[in-house]
Design a protein around this ligand. Structure first.
Ligand SMILES: *[C@@H]1O[C@H](CO)[C@@H](O)[C@H](O)[C@H]1NC(C)=O
Ligand SMILES: *[C@@H]1O[C@H](CO)[C@@H](O)[C@H](O)[C@H]1NC(C)=O
Ligand SMILES: *[C@@H]1O[C@H](CO)[C@@H](O)[C@H](O)[C@H]1NC(C)=O
Length: 225
């Protein structure tokens, strides 16, 4: 009886302790799991299907080209070049993504969050102002801003799921590397998510949600869609 109770307790605590872990990238159960490049694959796994390890090559674990910036996102003044499982299939299940970002002077990487990853950034060139918001646990209608001015060589971290921004406060281009502890961090840009949804959220709901009138909502919608 006692043994039974012990085993049940152990099983329940193992379940409770382990379950949050599944919200993150799983630890790989094999040394490598190079992603199979097959858009027709109809088996859905947490990541991509592995190639036969015997067929893996060094190129599966290699990427070249981060020495040049990516394509500029039209109108936003920043460009991103991502190294992830889609262009470096050896990253499959390893729980990591790397991005090079270049931000034009006086432009901002707007308020956004990554639901599945903490992001560590380092600045290689330029001067930036970076910050993230932590909800106040005593009053969810308030938050605390943690921010820093960053110069080349400085490192800052945006904890998982928290809203953050990055502003190029200098007068020349700023270049960064972003490291994410997920192979699929997710990217939720707050104003665009809200004002450019498809189908759109009605003006009535937005006006109530933001305590603004419909003219003001229409202006915001124009800017963010
Ligand atoms: C970037 O690196 C690639 C690969 O090594 C090289 O071919 C290319 O010339 C480099 N470009 C610049 C602008 O340095
Ligand atoms: C995957 O296949 C597509 C379509 O054939 C191709 O365009 C892409 O470059 C491939 N990606 C890799 C990492 O090999
Ligand atoms: C909406 O709000 C703006 C700014 O407060 C104000 O100037 C405008 O008159 C308002 N429009 C309507 C239709 O209430």
């Amino acid at each position: 009886m006692r043994m039974w109770w012990f085993i049940t307790t152990l099983a329940i605590s193992a379940f409770i302790c382990n379950s949050p872990v599944y919200a993150y990238d799983n630890n790989p159960l094999q040394d490598i799991c190079v992603a199979l490049n097959d858009s027709q694959a109809s088996v859905f796994v947490n990541g991509k299907i592995c190639k036969d390890p015997k067929l893996a090559t060094a190129n599966d674990f290699y990427f070249s080209g981060l020495n040049v910036s990516g394509n500029e996102v039209p109108g936003l003044g920043f460009s991103l070049k991502t190294v992830d499982v889609n262009n470096m299939p050896g990253l499959n299940t390893l729980g990591i993504t790397l991005v090079r970002a270049d931000l034009e002077p006086q432009r901002i990487g707007p308020f956004h969050m990554h639901p599945r990853a903490t992001e560590m950034i380092t600045i290689l060139e330029g001067t930036a102002y970076a910050g993230f918001l932590v909800p106040d646990p005593a009053n969810f209608f308030k938050s605390h801003l943690f921010s820093k001015i960053l110069n080349p060589g400085d490192v800052f971290v945006f904890p998982q799921g928290l809203i953050h921004f990055l502003y190029n406060m200098g007068y020349k281009k700023a270049t960064f590397l972003f490291y994410f502890n997920s192979q699929n961090p997710g990217f939720v840009i707050i104003p665009y998510s809200i004002f450019a949804s498809n189908p759109p959220i009605s003006d009535d709901i937005l006006a109530k949600g933001f305590q603004l009138n419909k003219t003001e909502i229409a202006e915001l919608r124009k800017k963010f869609s």
